[in-house]
Design a protein around this ligand. Structure first.
Ligand SMILES: [Zn+2]
Length: 220
């Protein structure tokens, strides 16, 4: 606290607090759309966590035809890590200590494969918490849950929206290979500026509304 106060004294008197990159300013940690190409940054509204890895809690433990769906999800999440060479998520044992809570649930509403909701302060890029629901479908191949989970983790990490190309895993219904493309990887790299510098962002002003966006991923 003392350190914070000292820093405030260093703000030149000619500079108003409103104009410096202080609390409440939109965060600028996301790179320009041309930093990592090819990408589909223009298709989506990029957000990001302040730092990675994010803490993930699996609320359910679901077995379908002898296959554990949560383990499929873990494999799907790991795809981003292995392709990017980044530690992006770590598992925790309680919802209270988690950034992202994941549950697997049967009986999909309409034709939803999965959905992810991200929470952030209005006008800011930084995600403060997220929830993911993966629906089990009798018609979905068990191998498909890993790809669906890769897609959902893309949303949870900040790809808010869908690629317009069906080649990319972040196409609204995923892609046929369940593999991440260079465009998928570059779009997430853009959100985190290549992961080289995980800049700390200022906390929002008290009273800034916390808002959420639910990203629904239909089957077709
Ligand atoms: Zn989606």
């Amino acid at each position: 606290m003392q350190f914070t106060r000292s820093l405030l004294w260093l703000v030149p008197s000619s500079m108003s607090l409103a104009s410096c990159a202080g609390p409440g300013s939109p965060t600028t940690d996301i790179c320009s759309a041309t930093a990592y190409t090819p990408n589909y940054v223009s298709d989506v509204n990029l957000k990001r966590w302040e730092s990675v890895p994010i803490r993930v809690f699996f609320q359910t433990n679901t077995t379908v035809s002898g296959v554990n769906i949560e383990n499929e999800a873990r494999q799907g999440f790991d795809e981003w890590e292995s392709e990017l060479g980044q530690n992006l998520w770590t598992e925790v044992t309680s919802a209270g200590s988690a950034n992202l809570v994941v549950k697997v649930q049967s009986s999909a509403p309409q034709s939803t494969l999965a959905e992810t909701t991200i929470y952030f302060f209005q006008g800011q890029n930084i995600i403060t918490r997220a929830e993911m629901t993966i629906y089990t479908w009798p018609s979905l191949s068990l191998a498909g849950y890993a790809g669906t989970s890769s897609h959902e983790l893309g949303h949870a990490l900040g790809i808010n929206g869908h690629s317009s190309s069906n080649a990319d895993i972040m196409y609204f219904s995923g892609n046929s290979t369940d593999l991440l493309t260079l465009r998928d990887l570059n779009t997430l790299r853009t959100a985190y500026c290549g992961f080289g510098v995980l800049a700390k962002s200022a906390a929002p002003f008290a009273g800034t509304p916390l808002v959420s966006e639910r990203i629904t991923c239909p089957a077709n």
